[in-house]
Structure formats: structure tokens, C-alpha cells
Design a protein. Sequence first.
Length: 470
Amino acid sequence: MSDVVTKDSANINDSSATTDSPMPIPDVDNYVAYTIRNTKALPPITWSNLLNEINWLSVYILTVPPLVGIVGAFYVKLQWQTALWAVVYYFMTGLGITAGYHRLWAHRAYNASLPLQYLLAILGAGSLQGSIKWWSRGHRAHHRYTDTELDPYNAHKGFWYSHIGWMLVKPRRKPGVADVSDLRHNPVVRWQHKHYLSLILIMGFVLPSVVAYLGWGDAKGGFIYAGVIRLVFVHHSTFCVNSLAHWLGETPFDDKHTPRDHMITAFVTIGEGYHNFHHQFPMDYRNAIRWYQYDPTKWTIWVLQKLGLASHLKVFPDNEVRKGQLTMELKRLRRTQENLTWPSDSNDLPVISWDSFTTQSEKRPLILISGFIHDVSDFIEEHPGGGHFIRNFIGKDATTAFFGGVYDHSNAAHNLLAMKRVGVLHGGSPHGLDDKRAIPPSQRLKIARYTELLSPGSSSTYSDGEDGLL
Ligand SMILES: [Zn+2]
Ligand SMILES: [Zn+2]
């Protein structure tokens, strides 16, 4: 934003002139930490230095249009043709940013023919968000250094900072290095940079007024509604990608950083609201991967391809996209798993001899099933099949009876049974622990961390004494 009028101001944030062609490859463990340690930042903004640190050009650009729009709306009646034109022009100039600045130039998500590039560059200029080169340079840094001090709109600095605050004050440090050498050699990008001031005046204000004047004689309405007020909406639509899209919604593909997916964000940003997906797969021409999700920018690019104006639309391999989704689902399931109480396994239980088991069964109701000894004292009367079945098997091996000899119990019954484990029978069980029936159904499929899979399980050791259980 800060370079919308002069080329000099575009260089405030732009370290690309000296650092990104060819891009240096630092030999450090952590580039962000290294850069923060070794580069100087301006002092933090305080009330005492605030006036000196304000980026006045951006302040004017971001405050004058809303004020003019509000005042103008009082004096200029809104005609329906002008209202319609303002909405259409909002989408046209917005797409200049989303399909042009963002997905074409910042991310190279597809190839655009020369006429389309000029069209997007012109429409993007009508959004007054800086030149393609400046905008893309900052956005590439945002992706490379998301949520760090080198991210120009670091979401960790708060919603309003990432929305608008970062433009209102002079940046505390340069954004991290990002390669924009491709853009520097692009003739359309160079052309736009050169004619930027004329383009923003014509596309921002003159064209919307002229169309309304020639179409239905409403030059003033065209200026206020399709020019000024439309501009305010386009501004905040784009700003929401840096604020709302890093704050509201879900993280279905990765939760390492702040970007999130939400339908509301998509509606206010012409489809840029599936930002969690976008940060994971930034070169994908899509933000929304489902047909029913709102992504008019994707639809536009697709139509442009059908018209022969765009080509080589990049799509990330579905197999890799689904891996991200699976990882997040597994994380959620892991949390559910960790919040449940699980039975003790054979490593945690005392190993009891048959003699000890039968002896102790005389003092309390113990039943052997699948090699595990269970204390069923709190369940005898609760047993749906009747307490007498349980009493009949106290001090005995009820494995066959439990698994169909008397009644083929449900998985839920097996899970519940496992919660009553108090010991493991040593040796003598005909239904050893290798038996699948020793593992309750709820534990046959589990979420395990990589490191847990690597660590060898300890084997149970014989630990019985006469009072091994008690
Ligand atoms: Zn982002
Ligand atoms: Zn992006």
C-alpha cells in the first residue's frame, strides 16, 4: 500500500533491489532467527514516537476514501444502475488482485497470455494496493516467513496489525528476503510499475465515473459509489486475507501456523478464504478444492483457461493434499484417544500363577478371560445376562464362555471387561496373549506417534508372590 503514489515510497519495504537477484543462500540453521539477531530493527512504536513513525501516505490512502465515500453518499443519490456497476467493478478490480497480483504474479499458479496480463495489471491498479512488484514481494515474504518478525503482516502481532496497522506505521524491519527476479523481468510488471500513478487515477476513479456517465448519466454516482466506496470495500476485502484468514476458522491441512479456512472469509475476499489450504499449497491455482466452496477467483481462472487466455493451471497432487488432511484428522483422533481411560496392558499388571489366582478368587470375584484376570465385584449384579453366569465362572477360565460358548459378547462388552483387569495369568492359559481376543476391539486400531512405534515394548516379567494381586 505504501507505494501507491510514488515509486520512491515503493522502495521503503523493498529490499529486493539489492538482495534477491541472485538470491543469497545463507549457511545458517535458522534463517529467521539469524536475520533477527543480525539485523537492526527500528525501536518499537510508543505514544512518544508515534507521530514520527506514521506512514502518512498510507494513512491518507486508507482514511480519505472512507471519509469522502461517507460524505459523498449523503449528497449523491444512489441509482440502481450505479449500484450494480459498483458491485461489478468491485469484482473486476478485486479479481485484478486475487487472480492477478496474488495467484498469477505472487504465486505463479498459472500462465497468463499477454492480453490477460495487461488486463489484470490494469484492474489491479484500480484497487490501489501498490504495484504488482511491491505487493508480490511482500506477499512472498509473508509466505516464506509466516508468523515471524520477517513476515510483513505477521498475524501474531494481532488482528488489527495484520489487517491495516502494518501499513499505517513505518515497518520496524524489512520483510525477509524473497526472490522477485522473475517479476523484475516481466514486461507487464515493469510497464505497470512505470505508469502506476496514471493507472490508479484512471482505473480507480476516472473509468468508474465515465462508465456511469456514458451509460446512464451518473458521473458523480460513478465516482462516489463505483470509484471511492468500491475502493474501500476492495481494500478491506484484501486486508481480510491477512487478518481474518489468519484468525477465523479451521486448520484442516496443517496447524503449524495461523492461516485458517472459513467460508465467511471466502465470501469477503472473492474466494481467498481457504487460507489454510493456500499456505500449504500456495502454487495451486485454487483456494477452495471442493466444487461447492466459494472461490470465484478459481472459477474465473478456469473460465479464462477455457477461453484460451490462461494455461498451465497448477494443481497440487491430491495424494499429498489428502496426507495433510489425514494428519490433522489423526491429531484430532489422538486427542480423543488421550481423553479416554484405557485398560491396563500386560506390561503394567502383576503376573499371577494359576494357584494364586484360584486362591485369591475365594476372597474376591476374579475371572480369567483371554489370559487376563478380571475383578468383577462391581459388575456381578449389573451383568445384563444375570449375575449367576458370572458367579459360575469365579476362579475359572471363562474365555470360551465369553466369546460364544455361552454368549458371544458384543465389542462394547469386551471393552468394558478389559477395564476390570487386575492381573495376567502366568503361563497356563490355553488362550495366550497372542490371541487376538486378548486385545479389546477399541484397541485393535490406535493412533501412535512415530516415536512410540520405534520404542520397543517391555515384556512382562513374572512377578507373582502369594499376594501378587492384593
Ligand atoms: Zn496468509
Ligand atoms: Zn498467497
